[in-house]
Design a protein around this ligand. Structure first.
Ligand code: HEM
Length: 544
């Protein structure tokens, strides 16, 4: 094509384009008009919504109950509350492991009690034994604080999160599953799983330092699934447990949600990156519990099948069996309710004990003198024998019990609990009104120098009977207290003793991180952010 022709074609094209452009321009102008119309409407809508929200907030703040709550809590000391964030801002800005330090600063500043505000929600933080008693011994104040609602998509309203008649009925139904006689059967499983743990750790003997946390967690998961659910999951064979890492993530995300008030409404949380991560975890967690759930053969409708154990040995009554029986007989529990309890016990029953055992190992690994004493006690009970642990042996482990109690004092697996008051509670000179949330910080309660002189020192003798007898009954409550205390308390102590007994008899261990360097995160469970690094050396045992 010659160049003149080329220019002509190009000119035509240009004219065409220009025409199109003018069309586009006129379209643009029209859409611009439409846009300004929309913008005006959107602005009006936004303004209208803002007025409605402001009116709602104003009217609800004028509600007599809310007015009373504000009036009474106004008298309490506390940090300055800002619009939207309340007093939560510093907690949003620091890394996870520094939140505990912020709480400690508040505790030192306000001495006894203080008021906080998360978004528009008022709460009171306490950590004195007298306040703990006033809160926990009440038969009326049994409702959990609103923060537990953030666990509903995971645990539903199982025993930990339910209230009212549902909680009462389920508590009554589940309590017999933790009877002494049934726990006695469980000890066999504790021993079985501890033996696997010891053999799995063998490969770390040469290691110059490793994180013991995942080993202990998987052992605890094996224990809870086989005892309460009656289903073996062989978690100790699976090095990468997606269930365990999803539990950690959910724990972190729940606290993120609590401290960011705009993540409180469900629909906003779902849209946020935090919420999307949370939903992914939910699928993993529920998939895992589905497997456990299906393992009970419930869906086959053959309750009797559950009555035999999977190992073919004599029957052990799992708590799930009891619930299923109760449901069958009295049609009391729906499928949904049973699922909620499976999720609740799987979580509460393994995450808390893993943390407890790991902190105990950590402290024993820092204090060789205490470790040696605990080992000598084991030797005096087993005298070198490698036989399984019995209930009687466990009752003789008095010193180990003191070690565990002291570890739970310094590092309580559940660092705090919360309630929403149904009736006023008097705390010192203040009346905390019905409707108010109260957080009890067990972590700080256990560090009260009046009840534990030199509170940061690891000293198992704090639990010598004569010292315990002189102490305020609410000065040490790792399992909470009153009607909503931990249903698995005895189970937990027996499990911890068994696993630690095996650890002590088979290995000498040393902790590699000093206490001042540990990054402690106080979320649903009190965890070391980077695990527990130890070295292990085999002991000569089990020769008889
Ligand atoms: C060292 C181990 C444990 C510690 C420190 C611990 C601590 C606690 C605490 C402080 C509470 C009260 C929670 C609250 O009010 O929000 C609680 C409740 C609960 N715990 Fe534990 N727990 C441990 C082990 C277990 C085990 C092994 C199980 C199950 C086998 C279990 C099941 C539960 C349940 C179901 C509740 C709710 C009880 C209710 O509200 O009626 N816990 N636990």
């Amino acid at each position: 094509m010659d160049t003149k022709l080329q220019h002509k074609e190009l000119f035509k094209l240009w004219i065409q384009r220009k025409g199109n452009h003018s069309n586009i321009n006129s379209e643009l102008a029209a859409s611009h008009n439409l846009l300004s119309l929309y913008t005006m409407e959107a602005t009006t809508l936004l303004l209208l919504s803002a007025v409605i929200i402001a009116a709602f907030l104003f009217l609800s703040s004028r509600h007599p109950k809310k007015m009373r709550l504000i009036k009474l809590t106004e008298k309490l000391p506390g940090p300055t509350a800002y619009p939207i964030v309340g007093t939560a801002l510093p907690f949003m800005l620091v890394p996870r492991h520094e939140r505990l330090k912020l709480l400690e600063d508040h505790m030192k500043t306000y001495q006894q009690i203080y008021r906080i505000q998360i978004g528009s929600v008022l709460a009171v933080n306490v950590w004195q034994p007298e306040h703990a008693e006033a809160l926990l011994s009440s038969m009326k104040n049994l409702d959990k604080s609103f923060t537990y609602k953030f666990l509903h998509s995971w645990l539903g309203t199982g025993l930990l999160t339910s209230t009212g008649q549902k909680w009462h009925t389920h508590r009554k139904m589940i309590t017999p599953s933790f009877h002494f006689k049934i726990l006695e059967d469980y000890v066999e499983v504790f021993s079985e799983k501890s033996k696997i743990l010891i053999s799995k750790l063998q490969k770390e003997v040469e290691s110059r330092g490793f994180n013991v946390y995942p080993y202990i967690t998987r052992c605890a998961l094996d224990i809870i699934c086989e005892t309460t659910m009656g289903t073996p999951v062989h978690a100790q064979e699976d090095l990468e447990s997606t269930y365990v890492s999803a539990v950690y993530d959910v724990s972190e995300l729940t606290v993120q949600r609590i401290v960011h008030p705009w993540l409180h409404p469900g629909f906003l949380f779902k849209l946020s990156p935090c919420g999307r991560r949370y939903n992914k975890c939910m699928r993993l967690l529920h998939d895992f519990t589905d497997k456990v759930w299906n393992g009970t053969a419930y869906y086959c409708g053959k309750i009797s099948e559950i009555k035999r154990t999977f190992t073919g040995k004599k029957k052990r009554v799992a708590f799930l069996d009891m619930l299923l029986d109760a449901s069958e007989g009295g049609a009391m529990l729906t499928d949904e309710e049973l699922r909620e309890e499976v999720d609740t016990f799987m979580f509460e029953g393994h995450d808390t004990t893993s943390a407890g055992m790991c902190w105990a190992l950590y402290l024993l690994g820092l204090h060789p003198d205490v470790q040696e004493k605990a080992y000598q006690e084991q030797e005096s009970i087993f005298q070198g024998s490698n036989r399984s642990v019995t209930m009687r042996d466990l009752s003789e482990m008095k010193y180990l019990e003191r070690v565990i109690k002291e570890s739970l004092r310094l590092y309580p697996s559940v660092p705090g609990v919360g309630r929403t008051l149904n009736e006023d509670v008097k705390m010192g000179e203040f009346t905390i009104p019905a409707g108010c949330m109260v957080h009890l910080h067990i972590y700080f309660l256990h560090r009260n120098p009046t009840h534990f002189p030199n509170p940061e020192k690891f000293n198992p003798d704090n639990f010598l009977p004569e010292r315990v007898a002189k102490r305020h009954p609410y000065a040490y409550i790792p399992f909470s207290a009153g009607p909503r205390n931990c249903i698995g308390q005895k189970f937990a102590m027996l499990e911890e003793k068994t696993v630690l007994s095996y650890m002590l008899r088979h290995y000498r261990f040393q902790s590699l991180d000093r206490r001042e360097n540990m990054k402690v995160v106080a979320e649903l469970v009190l965890r070391p952010e980077n695990g527990i690094r130890i070295t292990i050396t085999p002991r000569v045992t089990g020769t008889k």
